[in-house]
Design a protein around this ligand. Sequence first.
Ligand SMILES: Cc1cc2nc3c(=O)[nH]c(=O)nc-3n(C[C@H](O)[C@H](O)[C@H](O)COP(=O)(O)O)c2cc1C
Length: 181
Amino acid sequence: MIVCSTRPGRVGLAVGEWFHAQALQHKGFEVTLVDLAAVNLPMYDEPRHPSLQKYEHEHAKRWSASVASADAFVFVTPEYNYGPPPSLINALNYVYKEWNYKPAGFVSYGGVSGGLRAVQVEKLILTTLKVVPLVEAVVVPMVAQLMDAGAFRGSDLHVQAASVMLNELVRWADALKPLRT
Ligand SMILES: Cc1cc2nc3c(=O)[nH]c(=O)nc-3n(C[C@H](O)[C@H](O)[C@H](O)COP(=O)(O)O)c2cc1C
């Protein structure tokens, strides 16, 4: 699972920590929380197309290994100006084959839209990376109202949505496995 927002003061990490707890309880996956703020990728700076997997920089090699190690993804994403955060687009561009034939779910949050417009754009880019984006999702409108002393408190509906999404993610991760070998 990838926490996509990186700015100081973000709520994304708190939402990510909440989802991490949901995913651990679900037990369908070994879960790793990857924080793009900690990964700290510079603006894309590789000289060759990522599909060649001939990376120049250590940060690209580390990111390649991290993405390659996953069977499935969950993007914890805000919406910036009706679109994805640039940190996510940058991280997507860095590698190619490492994303291929894996499913992805979304935990999106924002104002009244719950980040859904960002997710629609993310789905478009992800299909180019041969990622299968899921329909089932956790959508959090008015995220600020669910913040409590720095922690995100998801409602029962969010807990249920996380479980439904993770069930579906397990099915797709299994179904796509033959294409990854
Ligand atoms: C640059 C910027 C653009 C934003 N654009 C939107 C938007 O299009 N839709 C929305 O619902 N919220 C928007 N917001 C408000 C965010 O939903 C809110 O700040 C949220 O906390 C952002 O996630 P983060 O704290 O993890 O960065 C925007 C916030 C920022 C900083």
